[in-house]
Design a binder for this molecule. Structure first.
Ligand code: FEO
Length: 406
């Protein structure tokens, strides 16, 4: 018997009951346009998903970003008095999921906080709260009544503290950041939104956040598959819930983590007075005439997060810059440093660019390409000042030859 009456949500859109007694009590952040300290542009906003499980015991799985604490608490109040929460499950310490904990814990100070040892350390170092922690490890579980929560550590997916929570009775996986999307919508499920838009956001999320962790992701998916647990719904902590064919996103993750690519080239350049840009456009003509999909990116006119998404599906990268102070231009240099950290595998690349007197940009690009673990597929090309007709023909051939190497 429940010791209190469950209220009907006053705002049904806000309080989505995703399964009997399991409520979405998160927040939609429609207006956020950058994330992770401006490393990620969120053109479609995001959501912070928090899930309230009402059984004989009441558990809240993850909270929301601090500025949205009162929204989450109001939603909880529509369902249960917050002081009735017995357990707070913290799958991940990062502040977009834990920021509301100090405000929440004031309302349910006796609630036990279930998390990994690393998460406990991180939560303490963020909020210095004297909370009742219960450290969990893979295989530990918590009985709520009719339902159970099982825990699966997922270190470095994507922080050392990360874990997944699974509810076997509901066949529900709550994997926090994994399978998420920065995607603000009034809908809560994958079958309610435009699929192409959704997969675009999921790919952007994987490319910009999870790509360097691909080998760990493959191992974790393999571990979950071997556990043979049925999964009918995947409810991440960002974006929509995967209820229709949840394996769709799991299979996409496997493909991205295996670094599977398409025959596609991304040509990325930075130009000073237009010569490198002119070369880039001619290179694109050569690639196009080889029948290969190509995207052209002026790094100063582009959204870096979107460029990384394009790179995730592409086999080949052609990188160009004018020479400045014996090296590439700075916006491209910064971008390539970011790409190096993403550790792309099974890709090929080459460099191009113009120079005035001493050159140096293509050598700098080649160095960083090699440091990123990308294979140099052919010698670079560079031309003095403004490329003449023959040199433009060489650019065309360069693009075509590169495309045929894919
Ligand atoms: Fe790792 Fe959504 O935070």
């Amino acid at each position: 018997m429940r010791p209190f009456e469950i209220k009907k949500g006053i705002y049904p859109v806000r309080n989505g009951e995703i399964s009997n007694g399991i409520y979405w009590v998160g927040a939609v952040d429609w207006t956020v346009k950058s994330f992770h300290g401006h490393t990620y542009t969120t053109q479609r906003g995001t959501t912070y998903n928090s899930y309230l499980i009402v059984d004989e015991k009441i558990a809240l799985v993850d909270t929301v970003y601090g500025p949205f604490a009162s929204e989450m608490i109001e939603k909880i109040k529509d369902i249960v008095p917050p002081e009735k929460i017995d357990y707070v499950i913290a799958n991940h310490v990062e502040t977009d999921h834990s920021g509301a904990m100090p405000a929440l814990m004031k309302l349910c100070p006796k609630a036990k906080v279930y998390c990994t040892a690393k998460c406990k350390e991180g939560l303490y170092r963020h909020y210095y709260g004297n909370w009742d922690f219960q450290i969990v490890r893979t295989g530990d579980s918590l009985k709520l009544g009719k339902r159970t929560l099982s825990f699966l550590e997922a270190p470095m997916i994507h922080w050392p503290d990360s874990m997944f929570t699974y509810c076997p009775e509901e066949k529900l996986l709550l994997p926090n950041d994994a399978f998420g999307q920065h995607y603000a919508t009034s809908e809560r499920y994958n079958d309610e939104v435009d699929e192409a838009e959704l997969m675009d956001e999921a790919a952007k999320y994987y490319g910009n956040i999870l790509w360097p962790l691909s080998s760990l992701i493959l191992k974790k998916i393999d571990e979950v598959v071997k556990m043979n647990i049925p999964i009918e719904m995947i409810a991440p902590s960002h974006g929509v819930i995967w209820r229709k064919d949840p394996m769709r996103i799991v299979n996409a993750y496997v493909s991205w983590a295996r670094n599977e690519t398409r025959k596609k080239v991304v040509v990325i350049y930075e130009t000073m007075w237009g010569s490198t840009g002119k070369m880039a456009r001619k290179i694109v003509e050569g690639i196009t005439d080889a029948g290969i999909d190509v995207k052209l990116v002026d790094i100063n006119q582009s959204d870096r997060t979107e460029v990384v998404k394009e790179m995730l599906s592409a086999k080949g990268y052609l990188i160009g810059s004018s020479t400045h102070d014996n090296d590439m231009l700075p916006a491209l240099a910064g971008f390539l440093e970011f790409v190096k950290g993403l550790k792309p595998k099974n890709r090929i690349a080459a460099a191009f660019g113009s120079y005035g007197w001493s050159g140096g940009a293509v050598a700098g690009i080649e160095n960083i390409i090699k440091e990123a673990g990308i294979s140099l597929a052919m010698p670079s090309i560079s031309f003095k000042y403004v490329p003449d007709q023959n040199e433009m023909k060489s650019c065309y051939d360069f693009g075509k030859e590169f495309a045929l190497k894919l």
